[in-house]
Design a protein around this ligand. Structure first.
Ligand SMILES: Cc1cc2nc3c(=O)[nH]c(=O)nc-3n(C[C@H](O)[C@H](O)[C@H](O)COP(=O)(O)OP(=O)(O)OC[C@H]3O[C@@H](n4cnc5c(N)ncnc54)[C@H](O)[C@@H]3O)c2cc1C
Length: 366
């Protein structure tokens, strides 16, 4: 059994945990990241759409609104500076009927409130000049949306972190946490004990379980987390689509959209499937749901072109039908424990916002 003392422990080597660790290490803190898996980002941070969101959908005053548009600009700057593969492809949010077109107004207004730049209402003809195969009644063009290679981004965060003396302990699962005076005593599965001045809980889908391990932490302050799985369907079909194509958002998701990887290959999703357990298998019978939604804006796709792909799980603070879920970043102001930050509900746009979340969280610890 070994015993180490550090300034800060970050639990979780996902994109958010790594961005925070990087920021703290750059602020000259001595930081260890503890990760239970054998590598970084293998849970939600690579099971997503890889979209650099513009920040158009979020309610004014929400954490997502505060962090996304700013995060978008910070991420482009970072990717350009560090040569992280990304493409500023832009996107269309398409209304496929006159009724749907009315809803574009509220998205446009929210985008303006959130200080999103490069957004405009465009006609069907405009969309068809750029994307001849996409069917719509009217659309919003969002120029600041892009795609990023999540693995490369995290590798770059790790490079910055390690250059500043940071260390990641893989295969290490947190089992117990005690608060002793002003310090945290963190015990992992192999019996290693780390004493830290600050503790950042960026455990994603498990963040609520981590707070449950903290001796004396009030159970009333641990939010209930609901899992909303997002399935993807893939295709080999090449239609030359150059933009991300989004239908109108629903309460729980941004809609079943056409995504692109960095080779410009299309994929579709994520949908929303409320689940009790973490299970990443994609049920092939969901193809009907996918096809029925996609065909409305992309009739060139056939059901037989689609095959089950991967899935990711969103940790949500609200259950089905309860409304929109926001990020919850809990610090001593909320729970009274100095230098403890819990990040709950870090679903989309967590990847986009990661650098700005890191700055925000680093300012919450001394
Ligand atoms: C379907 C889907 C699509 C998405 N699309 C986008 C998108 O296009 N753009 C965007 O901006 N965002 C998107 N997101 C959101 C984005 O993926 C997340 O916000 C981000 O990955 C969260 O990162 P994280 O570091 O908080 O969590 P995670 O990546 O889940 O990392 C948490 C880490 O903590 C570790 N851990 C857990 N428990 C313990 C323990 N006891 N001990 C040690 N380690 C532990 C886990 O192993 C894991 O590696 C999407 C999410 C989903 C689910």
């Amino acid at each position: 059994m070994s015993n180490n003392t550090v300034d800060t422990v970050v639990i979780g080597a996902g994109v958010v945990g790594l961005a925070i660790a990087r920021e703290l290490a750059q602020r000259k803190k001595d930081v260890i990241v503890i990760e239970k898996e054998t590598t970084f980002g293998s849970i939600t941070s690579t099971r997503n759409s890889g979209v650099i969101h513009a920040g158009i959908y979020y309610d004014a005053g929400s954490m997502k609104a505060k962090l996304c548009a700013k995060g978008n600009r910070a991420l482009y700057d970072y990717c350009n500076k560090k040569n992280v593969p990304h493409i500023n492809v832009g996107k269309f949010v398409v209304a496929t009927s006159e009724d749907e077109a009315k809803k574009l107004d509220s998205i446009y207004n929210k985008a303006e409130e959130n200080e999103v730049v490069g957004i405009s209402r465009v006609t069907k003809d405009y969309v068809n000049k750029k994307e001849p195969l996409v069917v719509c009644y009217e659309a919003l063009e969002v120029k600041s949306t892009g795609i990023v290679d999540q693995q490369s981004l995290m590798r770059s965060y790790i490079g910055d972190f390690e250059d500043n003396g940071g260390m990641i302990a893989y295969n290490t699962e947190i089992k117990d946490i005690h608060i002793e005076g002003q310090k945290f005593k963190i015990i992992s599965s192999d019996g290693t004990i780390i004493i830290a001045n600050s503790l950042i809980n960026a455990a994603g889908l498990e963040a609520h379980n981590i707070t449950g391990l903290i001796d004396g932490f009030s159970k009333d302050l641990i939010p209930k987390i609901y899992y909303a799985k997002g399935n993807y369907f893939e295709t080999n079909k090449k239609l030359g689509i150059k933009h991300l194509i989004y239908p109108l958002p629903t309460e729980a998701s941004l809609g079943l959209h056409l995504g692109l990887d960095l080779s410009m290959q299309m994929r579709f999703g994520p949908d929303v499937e409320w689940v009790d357990q973490i299970n990443y298998t994609v049920d092939p019978s969901r193809v009907n749901l996918f096809y029925n939604d996609i065909v409305k804006y992309l009739p060139a796709i056939k059901k037989e072109d689609l095959r089950p792909g991967y899935s990711g799980i969103r940790p949500k603070l609200k259950n089905k039908g309860e409304g929109k879920s926001d990020f919850m970043i809990q610090s001593s102001k909320e729970h009274g424990v100095k230098n403890l930050v819990n990040l709950f509900g870090m679903e989309s746009p967590g990847l986009t916002s990661s650098l700005v979340i890191a700055d925000y969280v680093s300012n919450l610890v001394e």
